[in-house]
Design a protein around this ligand. Structure first.
Ligand SMILES: Cc1cc2nc3c(=O)[nH]c(=O)nc-3n(C[C@H](O)[C@H](O)[C@H](O)COP(=O)(O)OP(=O)(O)OC[C@H]3O[C@@H](n4cnc5c(N)ncnc54)[C@H](O)[C@@H]3O)c2cc1C
Length: 488
């Protein structure tokens, strides 16, 4: 069985790890593709500043579902990297832990080949009138160099960044904030810097830029101006009401769907049982960054419970989300998604304390109400809802990655090619169409592709908000089991 894994970040390494464990491994020839920089580390865990931390305690995140401490134990047993406060480790350390797996496999097994190039084309070969397909993978523009595979795992991670104010290519505009230690390469000490976006990527940039450009205050701005929440003490929780059994019963009465309001009702019952004051926590933000961060730091117990139940919802979102009608999915995205977004993937408390310190010392200013950014007379003009405006020389874009295929440009050429060659099709709510239960890609030309699987953010229309490491690892385990079951 010839297998290609395209993209060797968290998803790709996890898929490989599962394949290596299988009884059928000896009958496989596996080629793994990525550029030399990201091979085995992926984008979020690439080599970057040690100020960019994993957003959960190191002992709670690993590639091994049976041992959440595995990464931490790996860290303890190596001597290359040592940090004084290892509870929250830098992200690139996790990248080295993943890469260690890949390097060991590569040394040990001759049936694994590392192809240190990006894939430019992935297309289907099928004779006219035939339903058999094979998958062709190319790293150049020439199709005669294509390699043929029986099975493909598409693990290419996040799409490129949004460009909400159409500034890409403008001098002084930094379209992608990673690696952060390159963001200031062409920035002068006297340049005025603004960061657009106040999510997780923005925190990364703040951490790096404030440490290396301390002369002038940095404006951090977005429409709402809300920072992510601060991680509380998150206990293990279980749902009593939001369960597959309850969903199955409701589906029987509702034409195969669970109405969103019924699902919310069950969720609120679970919150009530766990004594989580949902209303208070959802509406706790006052619009003052220091007050909001302090609130979260001071309410770590109750907020932690809320974050845990949202995390639990995300872990189960596969069947929850895919039980909704399309209309209810849209309503969820417009009415509830922001609650999930603002309260999940919380920042470590030490990052929150640092941000408070920076605001108090005048190093950063968080500003809400951003309406437009334009480049005029060699500077950027920011216009705010309250009528005020501001100018700066450098803009760092931290608005997050695209989710819709319709927004892509040549920076996501592989996905555009996949769509053009009718291998994949857009999901109306983001990413590409896959079978929710198995991650098999649904082609508009060939139907369900039995042996082509997609994982990660590219599947966000189906795997809504399920892009954390542990969720990706779970997907990888499920997907490989599906493949092996179908072959046995
Ligand atoms: C900035 C940031 C921080 C995050 N921090 C955390 C965290 O602390 N904890 C957590 O649980 N989750 C975190 N996440 C979520 C994170 O996205 C996932 O946890 C996980 O890393 C995603 O894995 P992936 O394999 O889908 O993507 P990646 O790990 O990015 O891997 C995708 C790989 O595909 C490669 N690739 C892309 N195109 C091609 C091509 N054409 N050919 C070959 N290879 C290609 C890329 O080079 C990359 O190596 C973070 C995400 C971001 C963006």
């Amino acid at each position: 069985m010839k297998i290609a894994i395209i993209g060797m970040g968290t998803a790709g390494v996890s898929v490989l790890k599962e394949l290596v464990k299988s009884d059928q491994f000896n009958q496989m020839q596996i080629d793994v593709y990525d550029n030399p920089k990201n091979m085995g580390q992926g984008v979020p865990f690439q080599n970057d500043s040690d100020q960019l931390l994993i957003n959960l305690p190191a002992a709670e995140m690993s590639l091994n579902l049976d041992n959440h401490r595995e990464f931490y134990e790996w860290y303890e047993n190596q001597s290359t990297f040592k940090f004084s406060n290892p509870k929250y480790l830098p992200r690139f350390i996790f990248g080295h832990y993943m890469k260690d797996y890949l390097q060991q496999y590569n040394l040990k097994y001759s049936n694994i080949q590392l192809v240190q190039e990006e894939v430019s084309e992935l297309y289907i070969e099928s004779k006219i009138g035939d339903t058999e397909v094979t998958y062709q993978v190319c790293t150049s523009k020439e199709s005669e160099n294509a390699q043929t595979y029986d099975v493909v795992f598409l693990c290419i991670g996040t799409l490129t960044y949004h460009d909400p104010y159409k500034l890409k290519g403008t001098p002084g505009y930094i379209q992608t904030p990673y690696p952060t230690y390159n963001t200031l390469d062409h920035v002068k000490d006297s340049d005025r810097i603004s960061i657009i976006g106040t999510g997780l990527a923005s925190l990364d940039v703040i951490r790096y830029v404030t440490a290396h450009h301390p002369n002038l205050p940095i404006t951090v701005t977005s429409r709402k101006g809300h920072l992510p929440s601060v991680r509380g003490e998150m206990p293990e929780l279980e749902f009593k009401y939001v369960t597959p059994d309850n969903f199955n019963q409701i589906k029987q009465r509702n034409f195969g769907n669970v109405p969103l309001d019924d699902a919310i009702c069950l969720f609120l019952k679970d919150c009530a049982t766990l004594e989580i004051p949902v209303e208070t926590l959802v509406h706790r933000k006052q619009g003052d960054a220091i007050a909001d961060l302090n609130y979260d730091l001071e309410h770590s117990e109750i907020l932690g419970k809320f974050q845990s139940i949202l995390e639990l919802a995300k872990e189960n979102l596969n069947w929850i989300w895919n039980s909704f009608s399309r209309e209810d999915q849209k309503r969820f995205l417009s009415d509830y998604q922001w609650i999930l977004k603002e309260n999940s993937n919380p920042m470590p408390p030490q990052t929150a304390r640092l941000i408070i310190e920076h605001i108090e010392n005048g190093l950063i200013e968080i500003k809400s109400g951003l309406e437009s950014v334009e480049h005029m007379d060699s500077e950027f003009q920011f216009q705010f809802k309250d009528g005020t405006s501001q100018q700066c020389d450098i803009v760092i874009n931290a608005t997050g990655s695209k989710t819709q295929l319709a927004d892509l440009d040549s920076d996501d050429q592989l996905v555009l090619n996949l769509e053009n060659r009718q291998v994949v099709q857009a999901h109306p709510l983001g990413g590409i169409q896959i079978v929710a239960e198995t991650n098999q890609v649904i082609s508009p030309r060939y139907g369900t592709l039995q042996n082509m699987y997609a994982l990660g953010q590219l599947t966000n229309g189906i795997n809504q908000s399920r892009n954390g490491v542990m969720m990706i690892v779970k997907q990888a385990v499920g997907v490989v089991h599906h493949l092996l079951d179908s072959k046995s």
